[in-house]
Design a protein around this ligand. Structure first.
Ligand code: ITT
Length: 202
């Protein structure tokens, strides 16, 4: 099958979109986004794992557009909270909660938990599908610690509270290209890029 030169990035999260665009900028593809398809309703993200949600999103948009579609499902797992917010990271403080409310709920949930027990990780699962077949899939993780006081203006979501202990900075304090170099999303997307190289060459 001949691979398309167009890839739909199926995310409505501007922070994710910005990062994915930058990470995949070397691929010989034209990028489309959900802004090009404003009438398509999003799927319900009710699967128990990042992988299954990413597959569901990729298939959903691919079937409605006919385009090869890349979806990312990602989130934060905090050990002291039994892995929460996990797959519910975007909606932790409620269906339409934004980053501020989600972060406030996270910090409240960790009240009294000492620094050494605040271990956490960001996870990302990414899938490329044409609606039936999966052409690429990959995961990435990055470990950190949750801090009470937000630091940094870059990134999005939980980044201002996610400390990289070896570096002494949060992921919101890293320049975008540096976050992409080490992040869960950077790892997953570079693996996706490698898996697409052959299909794109055909
Ligand atoms: P789409 O489903 O439209 O892609 P979304 O924001 O709903 O957008 P997810 O369901 O994958 O996406 O939820 C991801 C959430 O996890 C995101 O809203 C952040 O709260 C958090 N998250 C994921 N990656 C992050 C990162 O790199 N930095 C900070 N927070 C992140």
């Amino acid at each position: 099958m001949r691979a398309p030169a167009i890839l739909l990035l199926a995310t409505s999260n501007p922070g994710k979109l910005r990062e994915i665009r930058q990470i995949l900028s070397g691929l010989p593809i034209e990028i489309k986004t959900l802004a090009d398809f404003p009438d398509i309703q999003p799927p319900v993200e009710d699967e128990p794992t990042f992988e299954a949600n990413a597959l569901k999103k990729a298939r959903h948009y691919a079937r409605r557009t006919g385009l090869w579609t890349l979806a990312d499902d990602s989130g934060l797992e905090v050990d002291a909270l039994g892995g929460a917010p996990g797959v519910r990271s975007a909606r932790y403080a409620g269906e339409n909660a934004g980053d501020t409310a989600n972060n406030a709920k996270l910090i409240a949930a960790l009240a009294g938990v000492p620094a050494e027990r605040r271990t956490a990780r960001f996870r990302c699962a990414a899938v490329v599908s044409d609606g039936s077949r999966v052409w690429a899939s990959a995961q990435g993780t990055v470990d950190g610690l949750i801090i009470d006081t937000p630091r940094g203006q870059n990134g999005f979501g939980y980044d201002p509270h996610f400390l990289l202990p070896q570096r002494g900075v949060t992921t919101a304090e890293l320049p975008p290209e540096e976050k992409n170099r080490i992040s869960h999303r950077g790892q997953a997307m570079r693996r996706i890029g490698e898996q697409l190289t052959d299909p794109l060459a055909k």
